[in-house]
Design a protein. Structure first.
Length: 79
């Protein structure tokens, strides 16, 4: 997870480079739980798979989506 201004802003999976290299197919999956969770849009499940025949890595995340929030600030134009 990453933070900005003291609050969690994003979630990102981390994996070793060796996971997406080589001649062997690989797959991992996780059911996540968070202690004292306050952000409902964090993934509850994620998986990652590597296919060596085409070199494609697939990431799947599941959870409750959150709409993007846009702050509308009124600005005064000065000439």
């Amino acid at each position: 997870m990453g933070s900005y201004h003291g609050t969690i802003q994003f979630w990102e999976p981390m994996f070793p480079l060796s996971f997406v290299m080589g001649d062997e197919a690989k797959m991992v999956e996780f059911n996540e739980t968070y202690v004292s969770q306050t952000i409902k849009s964090l993934p509850s499940y994620w998986s990652m798979a590597y296919n060596p025949s085409d070199g494609i890595t697939t990431l799947i995340m599941k959870g409750e989506a959150e709409s993007c929030r846009k702050k509308n600030k009124k600005r005064k134009n000065k000439i």
